[in-house]
Design a binder for this molecule. Structure first.
Ligand SMILES: Cc1cc2nc3c(=O)[nH]c(=O)nc-3n(C[C@H](O)[C@H](O)[C@H](O)COP(=O)(O)OP(=O)(O)OC[C@H]3O[C@@H](n4cnc5c(N)ncnc54)[C@H](O)[C@@H]3O)c2cc1C
Length: 223
């Protein structure tokens, strides 16, 4: 494993998984950690790497007070070993055969599975637009990889001087600007905290996106 800091609160873990069968964009893995006293914890993490990449990239955001994510972001080191189960999930997935164009909406660490879709869509030249909501500019991950693509950023807590993006949480007016009218064949993928997912998915449906074209994944609390 090697690690890359994405933001002050998010770190990518690039895992070499023996016998990895490959994955579809949008899928996740279950990661099991075992402490020296035998205590175990399992958490789900989405795969941020594109299908076909040799290492499995996870992008973990530190949840203050959490049991597992602070360890993965602050303590995990190259060479560490984890138990990985996956790839998992057959609904929140996208591949070129599913068509497009894509409307992607990420709240915070919800960017992880959408990066797999961004990378795959760019590779196969399917047009996409990404709406990415973060607390502050420092929380915006993958800025280099997203540069030059059709990306709209909303900063909900603080904005730098001269900020030209959105400065509020996602709302119906914002969705009307970025996702209306729905292009023919459009597919939407929405991922993040439950409140974000509900606001975006409900807003898209209200704008006339067919319900069957909107897929969601919630990074809600575990347990
Ligand atoms: C399918 C799936 C994919 C996921 N992919 C990612 C990913 O790519 N990157 C990533 O960073 N996380 C992802 N998550 C969330 C991840 O599984 C953990 O829930 C998260 O890392 C927190 O674990 P923890 O042990 O640090 O916190 P815990 O010790 O489990 O929880 C600490 C406290 O925070 C609350 N809580 C737990 N999870 C969340 C959350 N996500 N949002 C708000 N409050 C929460 C708990 O109720 C508890 O009160 C995913 C979750 C699912 C279900």
């Amino acid at each position: 494993m090697r690690t890359v800091a994405r933001t002050p609160r998010m770190r990518s873990l690039h895992l070499r998984v023996a016998g990895w069968p490959g994955h579809r964009a949008g899928q996740h893995v279950d990661l099991r950690l075992t402490a020296e006293d035998g205590y175990q914890a399992v958490r789900s993490y989405s795969i941020a790497s594109a299908p076909g990449e040799p290492l499995v990239e996870l992008a973990v955001e530190r949840l203050e007070g959490g049991e597992v994510s602070p360890y993965l972001v602050d303590e995990a080191r190259a060479g560490d070993r984890f138990e990985v189960r996956g790839p998992l999930g057959g609904y929140f997935v996208w591949g070129a055969a599913d068509g497009g164009p894509l409307f992607l909406a990420a709240g915070g660490s919800g960017i992880a599975p959408l990066m797999a879709m961004v990378r795959e869509a760019a590779r196969v030249a399917v047009p996409f637009r990404l709406l990415y909501s973060c607390r502050t500019l420092a929380d915006v991950a993958y800025r280099e990889q997203l540069a030059g693509h059709d990306v709209k950023v909303a900063l909900t807590r603080a904005q730098p001087a001269g900020w030209a993006g959105y400065s509020r949480r996602v709302d119906p007016a914002m969705l009307r600007e970025v996702a209306w009218p729905p292009p023919a064949g459009a597919l939407s993928y929405v991922c993040g905290p439950s409140g974000f997912v509900e606001a975006v998915a409900g807003g898209l449906a209200a704008l006339g996106h067919p319900p069957g074209s909107i897929r969601t994944e919630r990074f809600g609390p575990t347990g």
